[in-house]
Design a protein around this ligand. Structure first.
Ligand SMILES: *[C@@H]1O[C@H](CO)[C@@H](O)[C@H](O)[C@H]1NC(C)=O
Ligand SMILES: *[C@@H]1O[C@H](CO)[C@@H](O)[C@H](O)[C@H]1NC(C)=O
Ligand SMILES: [Zn+2]
Length: 325
């Protein structure tokens, strides 16, 4: 009797273990961990109009600081779910700091999702690069236990047709190994020294940031996401190669999760406001900036108005009490 109970328990254990190892993008509702019970899951659809511009720098305290991304020793693997480039053990890894981060974060690996996991204003992109950083001084296991354990940069990419030189530039250094990694669970023994600055968006300081989770089991909610919103350009020739890579299916992205959190945006992400027309500038500025800032602008306009009133001898208006409709 007892032995059969033990046997059943062992069977159940075996099942849940193998289940954990064999997760698939086709059965997201069966993912283990907090994937289906968490409240801060990723990826999300980023609504740019709802994003908070942190003009006082209380959350985004300054620009992102990138140290040592120019020459990184990596080795590539198809781990069955993605193509991943691990920073070679004991080599000098790049370090990320600044922006919304408190302290230093060391690069561990980067990998690719096709299609993109994050959406911006409901729009998905062909490819998203994830650069996974661990809080410096912590092991990965330790980092997975802390809300601020990981920082992941997401770079979205667009695809252009034809053989434009510029378009193949971004992925040039990582593409040569991809044909060796078409099958699941194969590894390249080659160590590449690559310039990771090429994999950043053309405007690395233009980003959205929020607190979320890993997008694969066990979906731990330990990630400060930094999504660079200006897309990197790759060529359609490069992109076509990914359709031949076996990652259990033809693509490898998790479905969008609830957007129930504050998303902050960097000041640089508002720079597209500098359109040629003045009206365009104003409209975009008003849509882009948070209400507090709008108030400041209204005040500014009011002060300019008062300067005129002074010259023409009219009564001044109390600028600090400007009503905003
Ligand atoms: C990395 O360094 C540690 C400590 O110095 C050493 O024990 C380990 O063998 C090294 N690993 C490799 C792959 O060289
Ligand atoms: C981050 O790294 C830099 C450069 O190594 C160092 O000067 C700084 O003190 C580090 N910051 C923290 C919070 O450890
Ligand atoms: Zn990822």
């Amino acid at each position: 009797m007892l032995s059969s109970e033990v046997l059943i328990l062992l069977c159940l254990c075996g099942l849940s273990l193998s289940h954990q190892m064999e997760w698939s993008y086709d059965y997201e509702t069966q993912w283990p961990g907090v994937c289906n019970s968490g409240f801060q899951q990723s990826p999300i659809n980023i609504m740019t109009r709802d994003a908070v511009l942190d003009i006082h720098g209380s959350h985004i305290r300054g620009p992102l600081v990138f140290r040592g991304y120019g020459n990184v020793a990596v080795s590539a693997i198809n781990n069955g779910h993605t193509l991943k480039w691990n920073v070679v053990e004991n080599s000098t890894a790049p370090v990320l700091s600044g922006g919304p981060l408190r302290g230093n974060y060391t690069l561990l690996q980067f990998h690719l999702h096709w299609l993109s996991e994050h959406a911006i204003d409901g729009m998905k992109y062909p490819l998203e690069i994830h650069m996974v950083h661990v809080k410096t001084g912590l092991t990965l296991d330790e980092a997975l236990e802390r809300p601020d354990g990981l920082a992941v940069i997401g770079v979205i990419t667009k695809v252009v047709g034809g053989y434009e030189e510029a378009s193949s530039f971004a992925l040039e250094e990582i593409m040569p190994v991809v044909p060796d990694l078409l099958d699941q669970n194969v590894e390249s023994s080659e160590i590449l020294n690559i310039d990771m600055n090429r994999l950043f968006s053309p405007e690395p300081q233009s980003f959205y940031t929020y607190h979320g989770s890993l997008t694969t089991p066990l979906c731990q909610e330990v990630v400060t996401w930094i999504i660079m919103d200006k897309p990197l350009t790759i060529s359609d020739t490069q992109y076509k190669v990914f359709s031949k890579v076996n990652v259990g299916g033809i693509d490898n992205y998790r479905s969008l999760q609830r957007s129930n959190r504050v998303v902050y945006r960097s000041v640089a992400s508002c720079s597209y406001a500098l359109s040629p027309s003045i009206l365009g500038v104003l409209v975009t500025v008003f849509r882009c900036l948070a209400s507090k800032v709008t108030q400041q602008i209204h005040k500014g306009i009011c002060y300019i108005g008062n300067a005129k009133r002074k010259i023409f001898g009219n009564t001044l208006i109390e600028c600090s009490k400007v009503h905003i409709s």
